[in-house]
Write a protein that binds this ligand. Structure first.
Ligand code: DC
Length: 222
């Protein structure tokens, strides 16, 4: 697949901070940003809104293919409704993880994700950005942190939003989602041989952002 505009593909497990890093890198460069996980979250939500069983591959794939979604300056719309906060809940993440195992859903979302690659460039995050969606990406990064650290970060976010959760419950969720995302047969979560490892367990976000910018400079001088 030829890549006409530069793409930074950041893959990694849930709650690793990859979304924050990717969005900040995109803002710094003035490039487009695609949060691919949001498409899986939206698909699950749209299917649930239509009372479709999340294991029903043909039905859920049809929902994915006809997703009426829009990303407008930090606001996410589904069927014209603001779902920015709803798609960030643990329930939506759980639903996303379930529909993400369906090959028909992944196929339905493929071209839609590729359409985000527009000049001057794209920064994207997910699980298979470097392996499946943008295999010719300019820079591929596997961004991770320990499960305990990711659970801590997720816990703080959820508590700040007023959700009632315990740290042990969140750690279990993180571990279960990791297992499901890594064990599935289509586009499993894994570090590619050509992806650079960015471990943020003890790294502040600003340093992670700077590391990505430095690496981009190495592969795309000037
Ligand atoms: O990055 P996230 O937590 O918003 O992703 C939600 C779910 O979607 C996660 O369980 C894995 C799945 N996903 C995927 O399979 N492929 C992607 N490119 C992005 C997310």
């Amino acid at each position: 697949m030829s890549q006409t505009v530069p793409v930074i593909a950041i893959d990694g497990p849930s709650a690793s901070g990859k979304g924050t890093v990717a969005a900040r890198v995109a803002a710094h460069l003035g490039w487009h940003y695609l949060d691919s996980g949001a498409l899986y979250r939206l698909t699950a939500l749209a299917a649930q809104n239509r009372s479709i069983d999340l294991a029903d591959e043909p039905e859920v794939s049809a929902v994915a293919a006809h997703l009426d979604a829009a990303f407008l300056e930090g606001v996410v719309l589904l069927d014209g409704e603001d779902v920015t906060d709803i798609i960030r809940t643990e329930t939506a993440g759980e639903g996303a993880s379930r529909v993400a195992v369906l090959p028909g859903v992944r196929a339905a979302l493929l071209q839609r994700q590729r359409d985000f690659a527009r000049a001057p460039g794209l920064v994207t995050d997910g699980r298979d950005m470097g392996s499946v969606v943008f295999p010719a990406a300019t820079l591929k990064i596997f961004l991770t942190a320990s499960a305990e650290e990711r659970a801590q970060r997720r816990y703080k976010q959820l508590i700040a939003k007023g959700e009632s959760v315990t740290i042990s419950q969140i750690l279990l969720d993180v571990q279960q989602r990791d297992a499901r995302d890594s064990a599935r047969s289509v586009a499993p979560l894994r570090q590619l041989p050509d992806a650079r490892l960015l471990d943020t367990t003890t790294l502040p976000i600003s340093d992670a952002v700077q590391t990505v910018l430095d690496w981009l400079h190495e592969v795309m001088p000037g």
